[in-house]
Structures are given as C-alpha cells and as structure tokens.
Design a protein around this ligand. Sequence first.
Ligand SMILES: [Zn+2]
Length: 169
Amino acid sequence: MTAQSGATEKALESIAALSGRSHREALALLPDLQRHGAQTVEAWLTAARRLLEYDIDAGGAFVQGTREAERISETVMPWTAQALRFLQWPAATAAIDGFRARATGHFTAPGRFLVDPQYKRALLVYQGEKLKMITYWCEVCGIRAYTPGPCVCCQADTELDLRDPDDIR
Ligand SMILES: [Zn+2]
C-alpha cells in the first residue's frame, strides 16, 4: 500500500462508495495527479466526488477524461474548474450525455501548454463520432453563449446547442 494523506484516503473512500470503476481509475491517476501537488490532488478528488454525486455518468466521464486532459495540457486545474461548471447548471442531462470534454489550448512556450478558458469556446464534446462545441442559445435574442446560465440580454433560459466548431456564428 502506498502512503496517502488522511484527506486523500477519505476522498477516495467517498469515490469508492459512489463508483467502483471511478475509484479504480482515480487510484491509477493518483501518481500523475500527485506530480501537480497536494492541492491539485485534493481539488481534483473533491471535483470527482461532487460530479459523481451530481450525476454518476458525468463524474465517470470526468474521471475518465482526466488522463487525456493531463497528458495534453500538463495541467489539471483548468479541466477541473471547467468540469465543475456543470454543477451550476440544473438541466445538464444533454451535456452530460456527451460529456467527453477535451482540453484545447495552445503552447505558450516549448513544452508549456495552456488550456483555453471556456469563454474562448474550449469545451468540446463528442456527439456520436463528431466533435462538437458546447454552446448555449437564446431563442428570444438570437444570442450564443459558451457558458451555461441565463441569457445575458433577456435573462431567459438558454438552450444547450451542440455546434460544429467550424460552424459557429
Ligand atoms: Zn435572450
């Protein structure tokens, strides 16, 4: 057995109680996460637990997607923060169905990759085989947003609208 802090141990127990599969994947991810420091490990475990509690599939997708996000971006926190946005949105089922988010971004220096924040349209999901961008559309105003929530203009509920990244207006 590896030595883990009490907090980590406890968080892993909570995850195990929610999903055996996510627990196994989280254990496998731990060495990679630990390279980013104890704070990142704690934040990630908390996000995984909260997402699993919110929706077992969303949490599972988050845990599953972490390895790729970490490999591509060499960071974990932007991905974690992005995933948590789903918790603020009460009708996330459609997004959760397609919640295979991919980290997108750009190199800021050799070997240094920065994940684009979501307002730069970074959150992509697979819908079937196709990569789609998560957007939110206000019918009333014809305004597109990239984060969930009420319309910036009329405050009406926006609808999830998965768009082809090449076809965004
Ligand atoms: Zn509106």
